[in-house]
Write a protein that binds this ligand. Sequence first.
Ligand SMILES: Cc1ncc(COP(=O)(O)O)c(C=O)c1O
Length: 314
Amino acid sequence: MTFDQTNWVWMNGEVVPWNAATIHVSAHTLHYGSGVFEGMRCYQTADGPALFRMREHLHRLYASAEAYGIRIPYSTEELEDAVCETIRCNDFASCYVRPICYHGTASLAVHPRNCPVEMVILAWPWGAYLGEDNIARGVRVTVASWTKFHSRMLPATAKGCGGYLNSMLAAREAAAGGYDEALLLDEAGNIAEGSGENLFLVRDGRVLTNDERSSILLGITRDSVIELARDLGYEVEIRTLTLEDLLAADEAFFTGTAVEVTPIRELDGEVIGGGTRGPITERIQQAYLAAATGQDRRRAGWLHFVPAPATVAV
Ligand SMILES: Cc1ncc(COP(=O)(O)O)c(C=O)c1O
């Protein structure tokens, strides 16, 4: 992935050229990770670009901000417009969207007192996060030596910038070992989640996933997949998951905005199920993409279309 420096960025209420979207090195967030962010996708549909579950993503952004005492100085409607404007200015048919709200410059005391709250929206085209081939083939995963932080340490259901150092360490460790992704365990040794995605298992035709009791981010893709799987007729069980459950699973997959639905084929050299994408994973993948790209009309309520620019009558 490379950024295109001719793109545009929404920054504190204005659309500015990519290279003008800068902050000062004294910004509080740079030193302490004091910000919150979201990641959502905009898909190309027959009726134009549409954001997948934008309301839910923005709702989680406000909830994350509240968990860290950050007051976002924009309403939901203003942010919805800002996201659409960012996509429109860049003329993207599909892209990933990254709103981030952080403490800027005033003081470098740990308490961000007096630091302004600033807001930026970036967007860029982003393909398969864990590799195009792995959408069909599945990823190779390793259990991280780093434990997923417990929600008594940081609010695990919030997307706080600093919390991602935990994910970054795990992801770097996995890459250094030649794996595609890391799986983090919680303090009790149960499965938490991937460095940037939730986990699902399939066993005897049932779909299983864990919840916030395992210190996970409650993914919006996870929520969508639970609904889609039930709709496809699968029983979905939400409970604590162990490594034994994963190793005994017929199928396993990650879910997340970036990875969408990505199968897992191996854990630390042990083959999961048939060692490739399983049939239930594939059905869920298809259902997810059909919903996100507007082909599943029953899920139209999950899409927010980017309005065309207003035309000025002459
Ligand atoms: C740690 C973590 N878990 C899970 C997810 C999946 O969340 P979502 O499906 O809302 O993108 C993400 C991605 O945002 C994440 O960073």
